[in-house]
Design a binder for this molecule. Structure first.
Ligand SMILES: *Cc1c(COP(=O)(O)O)cnc(C)c1O
Length: 367
């Protein structure tokens, strides 16, 4: 049997991409906010239903810049989740801020708003929640807390491309939301990402940050870095965005089959659609809790058959070696996240995964 990887990047046909990049050989305009970049930005503003999209060469730098745009006092505390990819916590720390880890909800694995308030101190400046697996955070409760204490909110929406809550796009909550367009994400530009925001002043600020603060040939007004998306990345995005609806529909079929095969089984917990949410089927997390095999045993059994599953997220970011000496670190401080991280596995999921392969994967798990 051939290998099944945990994910497989969506690509347009070779011919479609070639058509999209052909004019680059006429213009020789390869980067620096060329026509492809501008087109993708406009198309994403429409698709994501938000006034402002700023494209980036990757999601991580988009997040770092979005946090920097808040201009928070150095050493300020940011309440966040440890149940996420390294990028989220690193982006806080690389901005000179202190991550304070809040535990997660046991049903959808997003930050638990009920526990945010007790972590707030005089030094708290912001909240950085993650729409993990595309499950949306309790944006309403988080908004109430943020207003009550005067805190800024930035969402790591890397997993939540195309997700809607009560018909409102996931791009529209907090001061800003970051999306990742990495090859492994639901929508990709090879590497890439964006910040979505509503404050028009951020347009110049974020532009300066991603393009050396250069505003004109003889005018450098800000000490910025470089995080621009190239024309080749933007062209990939334009192609992939054309097919996003069919991609999501195909992902739904895969998820439906997993749910059909794995629901109602003792010791196996799967995620169902959240209330009032239009999902994007980004991941299929399964929690093995009291099942006949442990998570690690299931992982090994799948690996033996050439099936890649992922311990996502394990370890928690608050137990990373690089944060060992941080006073706020320690996975024991977030026991629910610790519990889930030891038991969760995300199963292979991508648009072109065949239902026969889903059955093979489920057979190995259920034996
Ligand atoms: C992928 C991801 C990022 C980083 O995005 P890149 O585009 O890979 O830089 C940040 N946060 C989360 C939760 C992610 O999954």
């Amino acid at each position: 049997m051939s290998e099944i990887l945990v994910t497989r990047s969506s690509m347009p046909s070779y011919e479609e991409y070639c058509r999209e990049i052909k004019e680059l050989w006429d213009t020789h305009w390869l980067t620096n906010m060329g026509p492809k970049h501008e087109q993708l930005e406009t198309e994403l503003e429409e698709y994501l239903g938000i006034e402002h999209v700023m494209l980036y060469t990757n999601g991580h730098l988009a997040l770092e810049n979005a946090i920097a745009a808040l201009n928070l006092p150095r050493g300020g505390e940011v309440i966040t989740t440890p149940f996420t990819f390294a990028s989220t916590t690193h982006a806080i720390v690389r901005n000179g801020l202190v991550p304070v880890f809040c535990d997660i909800k046991s049903d959808d694995y997003t930050i638990d708003p009920k526990m945010i308030e007790e972590l707030i101190t005089d030094n708290t400046v912001a909240i950085l929640p993650v729409h993990v697996y595309g499950h949306m955070c309790d944006v309403e409760a988080i908004d109430v807390i943020a207003k009550k204490y005067g805190l800024k909110v930035i969402y790591d929406a890397a997993h939540a491309f195309g997700v809607k809550y009560k018909g409102i796009s996931s791009a529209c909550f907090g001061e800003a939301s970051m999306f990742s367009f990495h090859a492994t994400k639901v929508f990709n530009t090879i590497e890439g990402g964006c910040v979505c925001f509503t404050n028009p002043e951020w347009e110049v600020l974020l532009y300066n940050m991603k393009n050396f603060g250069i505003q004109g040939p003889e005018s450098v007004e800000y000490i910025g870095g470089n995080a621009k998306m190239s024309e080749f990345q933007a062209a990939m995005g334009i192609c992939n965005l054309r097919h996003i609806d069919e991609e999501l529909a195909k992902r739904k079929l895969v998820v439906d089959r997993y749910r059909e095969r794995l629901s109602g089984i003792d010791g196996i917990r799967i995620s169902l659609d959240q209330k009032d949410i239009e999902p994007n089927y980004a991941y299929f997390p399964v929690v093995f809790d009291g099942y006949k095999y442990t998570r690690n045993e299931v992982f090994e059994r799948l690996a033996k058959q050439g099936i890649g599953a992922r311990k996502y997220f394990f370890p928690l970011t608050n137990s990373f070696d690089c944060y060992r000496n941080y006073p706020t670190a320690g996975e024991e401080k977030t026991p629910i996240a610790q519990y889930i991280a030891l038991r969760v596995l995300t199963l292979p999921l991508y648009a072109d995964l065949s239902l026969d392969d889903v059955d093979v994967i489920c057979d190995v798990i259920l034996n």
